[in-house]
Design a protein around this ligand. Sequence first.
Ligand SMILES: NC(=O)c1ccc[n+]([C@@H]2O[C@H](COP(=O)([O-])OP(=O)(O)OC[C@H]3O[C@@H](n4cnc5c(N)ncnc54)[C@H](OP(=O)(O)O)[C@@H]3O)[C@@H](O)[C@H]2O)c1
Length: 300
Amino acid sequence: MILLVGADGQLGRELSASLGLLGNLSRWTLDNMDLADPNLAEKLKRVEFPKLKAVVNAAADTAVDRAESEEDVAYRVNAEAAGLLAALAERHGAAFIHYSTDYVYDGMKSGPYTEEDEPAPLNAYGRTKLAGDRLVAAACPRHVIFRTSWVFSQTGVCFPRTVYNLAKARESLEMDCTQRGAPTSTELLSAATLLALRGVMGLGPAAWGLYHLVSSGEATWLEFSRRVVSKALELGLELKLKPGAITPRDVPDASRPAARPLNSLLSTGKAEETFGLVLPNWTYYADRFVEGLRYQASLG
Ligand SMILES: NC(=O)c1ccc[n+]([C@@H]2O[C@H](COP(=O)([O-])OP(=O)(O)OC[C@H]3O[C@@H](n4cnc5c(N)ncnc54)[C@H](OP(=O)(O)O)[C@@H]3O)[C@@H](O)[C@H]2O)c1
């Protein structure tokens, strides 16, 4: 049996479709397990799952700007609850799969970050996620933590969907060109999670630990938005915005409470080697995302 936590999020919905291949799937959402509940530790102690093979934690408080003023709430979900869920896995002899973020790094490095680089979060969300990584590793040695970046999904409120909606309504748009990262689809994360779970069960301790997991290639938000708009026009979707009318903004948006790292690039060699992954370029998933939009539009 597999327990999926955060099953209604972007990644959780994708995992809901795939994890069942590995065994019976139990799904927890905010409705049936509030991870910010002050009594969470007591509640989890009473949970018994016979034959639990793995706990996959896709839940997180991902409101990056809100965390600046509500770091305690974000800490409860992203750090404390993650550690408690890892302890639940450990108590059952199960593996624990967890997701973390590029925001644990300060973005000052010139090249891609490796798993050995020292984290130095610039914002509260990053601090809470880093604390979660450490609590998970301490509570359940049989863990895999995937640090990823710029996540988007067919069903979520995410960057390419926002761009598409803006492109239907506006003839011009300004987009940040100061940050670099790898847009990463939940499709990639979900498929890699399946392979990692097989690895954790088959390879043993050699597979446990921290991994960077993102698409190959890199982009700025400007390049990502232009790709979405170009592909949508190519597929015949009606937009007011043309790619050339998305202009670069070369200073970070000062109106946002949380600072973001300028360099979010993550080196993925360790995950590729350990789990035998070949990671497609982000443009492949960006184009698939737009194909999904066209399909939805065709339904009316
Ligand atoms: N999104 C990104 O760009 C990004 C980038 C790097 C890493 N990550 C990491 O990737 C993982 C998946 O992210 P995602 O994009 O799928 O996030 P998401 O769409 O925000 O999903 C997170 C899920 O956690 C749930 N949740 C939040 N607070 C909760 C609580 N107190 N109790 C129970 N459930 C709660 C949310 O429920 P509600 O929706 O009902 O609040 C939501 O279903 C996370 O670990 C995240 O930190 C994300």
